[in-house]
Design a binder for this molecule. Structure first.
Ligand code: URA
Length: 425
């Protein structure tokens, strides 16, 4: 087998054979295929696609590149959730303890933010003392004791994906449905969850900008999960506006705690409950009532145990950025547009995200929203507050927000998009 013939096959719109796929994934993981060769192949896949059988084989080869976890010793059924990434998407934070409080075990192997989308681990790391890196034994102990764990995936899980994802990130090859589907599902299948709910984001702030692309990605991932014996369901959810009223690390933790305390923005509560119901259903816990677990404080109790089990102090004050800048409404009327991508880029430029994976993030940085699309606004009222430790970033963030919000004359009709746009099972 030689890598150039594999690249040429896909470049010339051919099908990769099972042997070609197995070989190239294994050789790349071992370092026998160079980054520049793999990036040429990734670009050929992005341009020319892969069929269902190729994607299934590619996924299986990535799973086989590492170890598989085993949750069969746990007394509870396992239910996991994966979001394809968005702006203000803090849902894992209230969702994992909520579903644990309802009787499932929730193993959330999460990632860090890159680009304009935030990362769950970066958010939780703003809690003083909280630790993302756990050994497999520690992870299983937290899962067993608390019912939910959110931690970094160990190096042993789908190492081919770890390498390939980092390469795609710097070669403009992230947005390929076969590569996204195999990347996400190889990790989830190797992790060993019994059931999985996918939150496939659609809109300006998501990788998938159109419903058609999101449906194709969701159907591909549901097919891969089902073929590997994982009960898999996908919700297509709106990411044309940010979720909730915050985008940033500590800012989103604060909002998540509000949800766990029975308050919080309506869209965050609605999506948390919709995903919780799907996870509990997929785990066979059909009688559980997540709305009650939010209202009676049991989800909050599980959150506090989960944070403590990983060294965090749930009562500690969260970091606050040193400087703020308020953006006001330019006119009176109705806020009819608030673009998720613009807000995500602004939060990123303020220091909530990173440009390279080695960069540190600022815990307190981000964007706070004071109005949601559909709200009436008065000229001069605060619309957004920008937070950062490095005020020289305000100009870059403001540049990102240019054209990112629209105030229309009072009386202009506005129909909000529903949060859940479709369901694929
Ligand atoms: N998240 C992943 O884990 N992989 C992708 O390819 C895209 C998003």
């Amino acid at each position: 087998m030689d890598v150039i013939s594999v690249i040429r096959t896909k470049r010339d719109r051919g099908r990769l054979s099972d042997e070609q796929i197995d070989w190239v994934i294994d050789a790349y993981t071992r370092g026998a295929v160079a980054d520049e060769q793999m990036s040429a192949l990734a670009m050929a896949v992005l341009l020319n696609g892969m069929d269902r059988a190729e994607i299934a084989r590619w996924t299986a080869a990535m799973i086989a590149s590492g170890e598989r976890m085993d949750f069969s010793s746990l007394a509870r059924p396992t239910a996991d959730k994966h979001s394809t990434g968005g702006v203000g998407d803090k849902i894992t934070l209230p969702l994992a303890p909520l579903v644990a409080a309802c009787g499932a075990a929730v193993p959330q192997l999460s990632g860090r933010g890159l680009g304009h989308t935030g990362g769950t681990l970066d958010k939780l790391e703003s809690i003083p003392g909280w630790r993302a890196s756990l050994s497999t034994e520690e992870m299983l102990a937290v899962l067993d004791g608390v019912g939910a764990v959110v931690c970094a995936a160990g190096d042993g899980l789908a190492p081919a994906d770890k390498k390939l994802y980092a390469l795609r990130d710097v070669t403009g090859t992230v947005e390929a449905i076969p590569l996204i589907a195999s990347s996400i599902m190889s990790k989830k299948i190797a992790e060993g969850t019994g059931s999985l709910v996918l939150d496939v984001k659609v809109g300006s702030g998501a990788f998938m900008k159109s419903l058609e692309d999101a449906r194709e990605l969701a159907a591909t991932m549901v097919g891969l999960g089902t073929d590997h014996g994982v009960r898999t369901v996908a919700l297509l959810t709106d990411m044309s506006v940010p979720l909730g009223l915050t985008a940033g690390n500590a800012l989103e933790v604060r909002e998540s705690v509000e949800v766990l305390a029975g308050g919080g923005p309506a869209d965050v509560v609605e999506l948390t409950l919709a995903l919780a119901r799907e996870m509990l259903d997929a785990a066979g816990l059909k009688d559980a009532d997540p709305a009650r677990a939010l209202a009676d404080g049991s989800a909050m109790d599980a959150w506090r145990r989960m944070i403590r089990a990983q060294g965090g102090d749930p009562d500690a004050a969260l970091p606050v950025a040193r400087d703020t800048h308020v953006v006001t409404a330019p006119a009176s009327g109705v806020l009819t547009g608030l673009d998720a991508y613009a807000v995500g880029v602004a939060a990123w430029r303020l220091g909530a995200g990173r440009a390279r994976k080695e960069d540190a993030v600022q815990a307190g940085a981000g964007v706070e929203l004071h109005a949601r699309p559909g709200d009436p606004v008065t000229a001069g009222q605060p619309l957004l507050t920008l937070h950062t430790d490095t005020p020289e970033r305000f100009d870059y963030a403001l540049e990102a927000l240019e054209g990112g919000f629209t105030v229309s004359p009072a009386g202009t009709g506005f129909t909000p998009r529903p949060i859940v746009l479709d369901r694929i099972s």
